[in-house]
Design a protein around this ligand. Structure first.
Ligand code: GLY
Length: 444
């Protein structure tokens, strides 16, 4: 059996590795935008090309006679890669374009929840001009503003982080309207976030352990937002600030969304529904959905998956997920991204130019390593300007998982940086205190 992996990041590296662990012993072929040496080492064939070149992807999949494809990033989903492969008789783990709107259109998702009375939406409105925005914002304590489509994580602007006052919010709205023609204005939530990555065959939804991601570049949640500096999950599943009720609320929302998409589009969502949720004083709310695994969150859950991944992929494709129990090891995981020192920094920062440098990894015996933006040359591994390597510690408890990740990172030489605080007792205590304050507020 051959499986096609589309994508070239650490997320796709762990996807390929998890497929390789299957008892079906699939041959992996991979289509990447840039060569990832970790994925290439697991693949019998590699094609480098654009995610927009659907004909090249289909041609590669056909010539290699793949049984199914699994799509890592959102970009090819938005371009309709799953539709193109299906037309050639090749099914995918990943939604067709109309269903991928769950991620590619924030308006689609907010309206879907509203239309089907699914809980989790903030108070929100969509505007095609500045008319009425100021009035709407008056009723909200703090606001979030965003354009409709994919923005590579850079489109969402949050009061307190990206702008201070409502007047500044109006200016941001004006800029978004000029560029995109519409703007979504929402109430800002206060709470703790969790990522719930669910497998979905169109009807059945199976959750993986919840994960908490860390977007800010520096320890203590300081500095600019990034693609994600690292994440953790717990051996007893629930994150330390979370109740089982919180988890069930997130899962119930996702189950209702799966049914609503089917009714709205007439098509089944087959793939990963990854809800970005926040636990607030008023219960669990939806920040956004992604139509794929999270990066870094895939590195937390896939190494713990004990269900055969090929069986799980086939159950998603064939609509038999109800017959496929989805199980995970009861272990904790801590993923920390090793990044070039200059990653995410403004161009005038003294470290900003520290990017395309060589790194040496001397001891990774205690951890899983997943390559992201690295290039293997004759004389070794080189970083580019983006996140370089995901280092994942897995253990019976969080403290040991964190210790393992830190130990391996200490053995990486080069001009690198990482967030030493991810998964530490100190940071977890702050999250718990924050959540307690919010829950107490509700009681008082
Ligand atoms: N961890 C954020 C994302 O994958 O979009």
């Amino acid at each position: 059996m051959k499986a096609l992996v589309i994508g070239n990041g650490a997320r796709e590296h762990v996807i390929a590795e998890t497929l390789k662990r299957s008892t079906h012993k699939p041959e992996i072929v991979s289509y990447m935008k840039a060569n990832n040496p970790g994925i290439a080492a697991l693949s019998t064939d590699v094609r480098i090309g654009s995610y927009g070149d659907l004909a090249a992807i289909v041609d590669f999949a056909r010539k290699r006679d793949v049984r199914f494809a699994i799509v890592g990033p959102e970009d090819p989903l938005e371009r309709g890669v799953v539709d193109a492969l299906l037309a050639a008789g090749i099914p995918s783990v990943g939604p067709i374009k109309i269903c991928a709107q769950l991620e590619t259109s924030k308006v689609f998702t907010r309206k879907l929840l509203e239309k089907y009375n699914i809980p989790g939406n903030p108070r929100f409105r969509i505007f095609g001009s500045l008319d009425g925005i100021a009035d709407f914002m008056k009723g909200l304590e703090n606001v979030v503003i965003k354009p409709d489509g994919l923005t590579g994580g850079k489109g969402v602007m949050v009061q307190g982080d990206h702008f201070g006052t409502k007047n500044e919010a109006m200016e941001k709205c004006r800029a978004i309207l000029a560029e995109h023609g519409s703007v979504i204005v929402e109430e800002k939530f206060d709470g703790e976030e969790f990522s719930l990555q669910c497998f979905c065959d169109g009807t059945t939804v199976a959750a993986s352990p919840p994960v908490q991601d860390h977007k800010r570049r520096f320890a203590g949640d300081k500095g600019p937002n990034t693609g994600g500096m690292g994440s953790y999950s717990m051996e007893q599943r629930l994150l330390p600030f979370m109740t089982d009720n919180d988890l069930q609320e997130g899962l119930r929302i996702t189950e209702q969304v799966a049914r609503a998409i089917q009714r709205e589009t007439g098509s089944s969502f087959k793939g990963i529904m990854y809800g970005g949720f926040i636990i607030t004083a008023k219960g669990v709310k939806l920040l956004e959905y992604n139509a794929r695994f999270g990066d870094p969150e895939a590195m937390n859950i896939l190494p713990l998956l004990t269900t055969d991944f090929v069986d799980l992929c086939m159950a998603i494709i064939e609509g038999t997920l109800h017959d496929c129990p989805v199980n995970f090891d009861n272990k904790a995981s801590v993923c920390k991204y090793v990044v070039p020192k200059g990653y995410g920094l403004p161009s005038d920062h003294p470290d900003a130019a520290t990017t395309a440098a060589k790194i040496e990894i001397s001891d990774a015996s205690d951890v899983q390593l997943y390559f992201a933006s690295v290039d293997r040359r004759d004389d070794g591994l080189y970083m580019s300007s983006s996140r370089a390597v995901g280092v994942v510690g897995i253990a019976e408890n969080l403290a040991e998982a964190e210790r393992r990740a830190e130990g391996a990172i200490g053995a990486i030489r080069g001009p690198v940086d990482h967030r030493a605080d991810i998964g530490t007792a100190e940071l977890i205590a702050r999250r718990v205190e924050h959540m307690n304050r919010i829950r107490n507020l509700k009681r008082s």
